[in-house]
Ligand binder design. Sequence first.
Ligand code: SF4
Length: 440
Amino acid sequence: MRRYHVTTFGCQMNQHDSERMKGMLESLGYSETDSRDDADVILFNTCSIREAADNRLVAHLGHAKRLKSERPDRIVGVGGCWAQSVKDEVFARFPFVDVAFGPGQVHKLAEFLTSDSLTAQGFFEFEGFTGHLPAKRARDFQAWVQISIGCNCVCSYCIVPSTRGREVSRPPGELVCEVERLAADGVREVTLLGQNVNSYGRDLRGDERASFAELLARLDAIDGIERIRYTSPHPKDMREDVIRAHAELPSLCEHIHLPLQSGSTAVLKRMRRTYTRERYLDRVAMIREHVPDCALTTDIIVGFPGETEADFEQTISVAEEVGYDGAFTFIFSPRRGTEAATLRDQVPHPVKVERLERLVEVIQRRARERAQRFVGRSLEVLIEGPSRTDATRLRGRSRHNKVVNFAGLGSSGDMVEVEITSATSQTLAGTESLLARAAH
Ligand code: SF4
């Protein structure tokens, strides 16, 4: 049996696409190997968000080159956003690569592998949902569900619209069927994926037309699905009906990831984020009004071209005011092919680093303060496996998407009640409620 090995870089959408790549390969009779050295088909699902991603990929491709030179019959394939961003240049730069394909062309890999083509081939059209392919899920009880592809926004620092194309939503009926199949297959938690999930449905017509809030309600009604999450929403499209859904739909989790990027309206304008600091804080206030206990996380870029100390102070004050439960913080790095890479007033690197340190201090302090609200409470936790820091303890996630490490008797996929005894900015700690276990 021929074996494959997949290396995945980047976001949840790439993790989803890799699960589909594996499912497709296994439907062709391939089996997975954990060691690239033992693989007959060596695949990379690439990211192109930051230059750094490219440099890491080049190192991995060096290893594939060596393996290919040892056994020329091996197939080396490069998929994902980086492949889409450079297209046929892949072969010019890495002549040992046999097949390259964009995020919308994963299915072409099957065609290539089943054809007796001897020449290298590239597939870069924006068509097709990888969500239509069979999936090999990393966990039986959790699943990614791709609800749309592409993005119609034009954020000046982002390459995604050019690597994933325009927004196309999957029909709601198709998504309901997929989630029903997943529930029948033992999945308890689904995460809906899109570059901009809350603009879902705007391109759908006639009977198929449905808003994101309507889609959430239809998926909430499916038996067996106990938790629904989604990523990534855009603040400009965070409407009241979606926020109310978090208060009304039992399976929709109390966590919203709402990327801020900057707290300065002037910087947001140069980022082409199409919302202001005031609009963003208005959405946060509405979330806190309808779902007071909702966990809020975010993405913030520090050191965007032209960012002054005063602009940065605006970001710090939003972080102080909102009190995020967590945040992904990034130093701006110019991405070739984006508008922001050509902007004047690039911020010196030492200034970016110093600002990032100040921001992280505020984020962690506020997150620690916010996390104390869970101490003394009993939280429902979906067990994901053993704790990463102590093998005698278990690890799981609360509905707020907080990581919980605890002493307990459960196993992966179990939903248990945990008494929270302490909280840091990152994780909660506790003990499984044996009373609740006995009651179940
Ligand atoms: S919303 Fe902006 S940052 Fe997000 S994928 Fe679209 S263009 Fe990129």
